[in-house]
Design a protein around this ligand. Structure first.
Ligand SMILES: [Zn+2]
Length: 141
């Protein structure tokens, strides 16, 4: 799961099994749960259990998305994002002016780290009309 990759950026090697159990326990009534089963609130509670804080930032334009996401990654905070119209969580771990590296657990082991262009990211992230871009940086509590 995406949170696993974000925690790894801090050297926190939680077992995916443990994370699943924690997030299952943090059940939530909201309708925002993506297909892979965890809404932002469950992820926030799971992160808190482990001594981290999952923040929520909304950018309202691709330009703002670029600036905000780059700032977090430069500060070495991994950022969870929900792609495919809220269906699936992935984790942004690194960026340059051209590309963003995305850890995607749904990929095979050797393909987990994907290189996306900023445009591809903006398209995958855009939610609603007018489009908004939700970012969930993981911080140490
Ligand atoms: Zn929820």
């Amino acid at each position: 799961m995406a949170l696993y990759h974000a925690l790894r950026c801090y050297g926190e090697l939680a077992q995916p099994r443990e994370l699943l159990a924690l997030s299952e326990f943090a059940n939530c009534e909201c309708e925002g749960a993506p297909k892979d089963g965890r809404c932002e609130h469950q992820l926030q509670r799971t992160a808190a259990e482990l001594g981290f804080r999952l923040e929520h930032w909304v950018s309202d334009s691709p330009a703002d998305l670029y600036t905000t996401l780059r700032r977090f990654l430069t500060d070495r905070a991994p950022v969870l994002v929900c792609v495919e119209h809220g269906a699936h969580w992935v984790c942004a771990v690194r960026a340059t002016s051209r590309n963003v590296w995305i850890a995607d657990s749904s990929r095979d082991q050797e393909e987990v780290l994907q290189r996306w262009t900023w445009r591809e990211l903006a398209v995958a992230l855009a939610y609603g009309l007018p489009a908004r871009f939700d970012l969930y940086p993981l911080m140490v509590e």
